[in-house]
Design a protein around this ligand. Structure first.
Ligand code: DX5
Ligand code: ZN
Length: 215
C-alpha cells in the first residue's frame, strides 16, 4: 500500500485557510489531519469547531481528527456531524477505551487510538483488532515543529509485528516530526499514514513536500 500523507492543519496559515485547504486538495495528500487540543490533556489550545467547519466546507479529502482532549466521549457525535471520517482518541485520556471505540464505530466513523511516546504499543494487544488505526506519537503532543523522537521507529516496527501476528486490519499513523528525510525510513518500518505539519506548510513548495514525503 502506498503511503497516505496527512498534512496537519495546525501548521496552516489561519489567516489564509482556504488557500492551504486548496493546496491539500490539489496535492498528493490523502487526508487532512486536524489537531484538537484542550489545554488540559496537553499544554496548548489549538482550535475547535468553527475552524473544523471552515476546513470541512472546502476539504475534498477525508478528515482525520486527533483529539488531544480529556473525556473525548462528550464530543464524538459533533465530529461526526462535521464530516470527520477518521477519529482518534488518546489511550492516556480514556478510562473505558473499548467503550469509546465502540461509540466512534456506532457513529459510523473509523476509530483510532493515539499513544504518547512513553506508552508501550503492547498495551493495545487486547484492542488492536477493534481499531482501524493507531496514531503513534513521535513527539510529545501539544505543539507542531518538534523534533522526531528516534525511538518511535522501533515502536512502529513492534506495532507492525503485532498487527501481522494477530491478522488485524489496522493502519499505523505516525505523528510528529515527520520530514522528507525520515519518511522513507518510517514507511519501511511499517507506517501507512504519515502526518506532517511544519515539513509541509513550512516548505517553500508545500505540494512538492507532500510528494517527497509520500515517496
Ligand atoms: C502534535 C500534533 C501533530 C503536529 C505535527 O501534538 O499531534 O499532528 O501538528 O506537527 P509537525 O509535523 O510539525 O511535528
Ligand atoms: Zn496530530
Amino acid at each position: 500500500m502506498s503511503i497516505i500523507v496527512a498534512p496537519s492543519m495546525l501548521s496552516a496559515d489561519f489567516g489564509n485557510l482556504d488557500k492551504d485547504v486548496e493546496m491539500v486538495n490539489q496535492s498528493e495528500a490523502g487526508w487532512f489531519h486536524l489537531d484538537i487540543m484542550d489545554g488540559v490533556f496537553v499544554p496548548n489550545i489549538s482550535y475547535g469547531f468553527p475552524v473544523v467547519k471552515a476546513i470541512a466546507k472546502r476539504a475534498k479529502k477525508p478528515m482525520d481528527a486527533h483529539l488531544m482532549i480529556v473525556d473525548p466521549d462528550r464530543y464524538l457525535s459533533q465530529f461526526k456531524d462535521m464530516g470527520v471520517e477518521w477519529l482518534s482518541v488518546h489511550y492516556e485520556a480514556c478510562t473505558h477505551l473499548h467503550r469509546t471505540i465502540q461509540a466512534i464505530h456506532n457513529l459510523g466513523m473509523k476509530a483510532g487510538v493515539a499513544l504518547n511516546p512513553h506508552t508501550p504499543v503492547s498495551l493495545l494487544e487486547d484492542i488492536l483488532c477493534d481499531l482501524d488505526f493507531v496514531c503513534l506519537m513521535s513527539v510529545n503532543p501539544g505543539f507542531g515543529g518538534q523534533s522526531f523522537i528516534e525511538h518511535s521507529t522501533e515502536k512502529v516496527k513492534r506495532l507492525k509485528e503485532m498487527i501481522v501476528k494477530n491478522n488485524c486490519n489496522c493502519l499505523i499513523e505516525v505523528d510528529g516530526g515527520v520530514t522528507t528525510k525520515n519518511a522513507a525510513m518510517l514507511a519501511e518500518a511499517g507506517a501507512d499514514v504519515l502526518v506532517a505539519g511544519s515539513a509541509v506548510f513550512g516548505a517553500a513548495d508545500p505540494t512538492e513536500a507532500v510528494k517527497l514525503i509520500k515517496g
